[in-house]
Design a protein around this ligand. Structure first.
Ligand code: NAP
Ligand code: HSE
Length: 429
């Protein structure tokens, strides 16, 4: 009996798209066993059809979306081009044309994920996006399927490979920030504009997507309080080490007292914590639920082949659905409307590094300001003293963020203060 062939199109042949093409070649012979049919990548949409692309025949490249949209032989569209537009329009049109869709595009999903999932349901089409969070790590399917038997209350993790790579290189090799960023870009981890990585926007999009799935409520990029790693210095990394911590960029989403807390920021975590051992471009996600308790997922969070592997897993799953006429169930459509808590009402511990004139009474004054704003000091060390200036590092107990902000404003008014050098949150476990 002749084997069936399922024809698909890729939108994009960059880092991820070229990886998907390479993987389809590697898996060619096995594909009928894995999925029930042969796979043919019939067309690839790119901007520049003249550019040489290793291993990809030029004749399947097109710059014309309509050629793909209007081709009834193409049953599945894989969007790996990135950005909001035209990706949003192309996915919408593909679904309306009855095509199944895969996307790795967290920018789009963190804004319009709920809209697109609803449309996919209306069109009885699959919309899969395993590669959008955590690269090769299976985390979307567990959140939508395996863990839905639990009431999930917490999702937390390292979800940006570029920043984890940079912080690892700064911590372990003493590398400076820009050198580490350049290497991450060369390795294909970074977004086309790495600002999204280093300012925490990429992680914010991923935590928004995961929070929506975990809590069954719409959380968008705009809901996430976001701080990046651009202000982290070699000095903070060294001091954190001396206190027994490492600095990581974390995404944290919690369901507390009927509200969602959702933040991305650098954090000092104890060097004995499992997340401290997540190095280089690896990502890791912790999930906590009332029935499942703790679960952890770890793997390569970025890069050509790890990301392509997640896309290919989705391709194979959808090929099976096509063959069994089983498309259209996606899960993940929000059915609750849980409010997001303003960041000032959440609680954190803090690492505070500052410089002030080394005068009698200065420390007592500082401690008075902190105490007067409900900020309790857990540890305080005078690190250096030079030219009449003292450098202090303080680690606080847990405090409402609004109270810490008030304290910091008052500290900045102190006549002996020279500089607030760093403010970084500290893990509360
Ligand atoms: P990339 O290397 O910049 O590739 C983008 C591709 O899309 C290029 O082939 C480009 O064509 C094509 N393209 C972009 N805009 C287009 C347009 N308007 N019309 C036609 N073609 C267009 O990006 P990438 O790193 O592969 O990322 C792709 C997506 O995967 C993004 O959503 C990203 O967030 C996501 N993602 C990336 C990674 C990673 O590790 N890189 C991991 C997970 C998810 P030309 O080649 O002609 O310019
Ligand atoms: N730029 C992203 C990262 C790619 O560094 O994690 C994976 O989404």
């Amino acid at each position: 009996m002749e084997e069936k062939t399922i024809k698909i199109a890729l939108l994009g042949a960059g880092t991820v798209g070229s990886g998907v093409y390479a993987l389809s070649e590697m898996l060619k012979d096995e594909m009928p066993k894995k999925s029930g049919a042969k796979l043919e990548i019939k067309k690839i949409l790119v901007r520049d059809t003249k550019k040489e692309r290793e291993g990809i025949p030029r004749k399947i490249l097109t710059a014309d979306w309509a050629e793909i949209r209007d081709d009834d032989e193409i049953k599945l569209v894989v969007e790996v081009m990135g950005g909001i537009e035209p990706a949003r329009t192309f996915i919408t049109e593909a679904l309306k044309a009855g095509k199944q869709v895969i996307t790795a595009n967290k920018d789009l999903l963190a804004e319009y994920g709920q809209e697109l999932l609803t449309l996919a349901e209306q069109c009885s089409c699959d919309l899969h996006f395993e590669a959008a969070v955590g690269g090769a790590i299976p985390i979307i399917r567990p959140l939508k399927q395996s863990l839905t038997g639990s009431v999930l209350t917490e999702v937390m993790g390292i979800v940006n490979g570029t920043t984890n790579y940079i912080l690892t290189k700064m911590t372990e090799d003493g590398m400076d920030y820009s050198e580490a960023l350049e290497q991450a870009q060369k390795l294909g981890y970074a977004e086309p504009d790495p600002t999204a990585d280093v300012e925490g926007y990429d992680a914010a999009r991923k935590i928004a997507i995961m929070a929506s799935l975990a809590f069954n409520s719409k959380v968008t990029f705009a809901d996430v309080y976001t701080e990046g790693i651009t202000k982290i210095t070699q000095r903070d990394i060294q001091y954190a080490k001396e206190f027994g911590y490492v600095i990581k960029l974390l995404g944290v989403a919690k369901l507390r007292d009927g509200r969602i807390e959702v933040k991305v920021h650098p954090m000092l975590i104890p060097d004995s914590h499992p997340l401290a051992a997540v190095r280089d471009s690896f990502n890791a996600v912790f999930v906590h639920g009332e029935a499942c308790d703790d679960a952890m997922f770890m793997g390569r969070g970025a890069g050509k082949m790890p990301t392509a592997s997640a896309v290919m897993g989705d391709i194979i799953a959808i090929m099976r659905n096509i063959l069994h006429d089983n498309c259209g169930w996606n899960g993940g459509v929000a059915y609750k409307n849980i409010p997001v808590k303003p960041v000032e009402e959440t609680e954190s511990r803090y690492y505070l590094r500052l410089k002030m004139e080394d005068k009698p009474g200065a420390l007592a004054h500082l401690a008075g300001i902190l105490g007067g704003n409900d900020v309790s000091i857990a540890q305080m060390v005078q690190k250096r003293r030079y030219n009449g200036i003292a450098e202090l590092v303080i680690i606080t107990d847990s405090v409402r963020e609004r109270h810490f902000d008030d304290a910091l404003l008052a500290v900045k008014e102190m006549s002996v203060l020279k500089e607030v050098s760093s403010v970084i949150r500290v893990y509360e476990g």
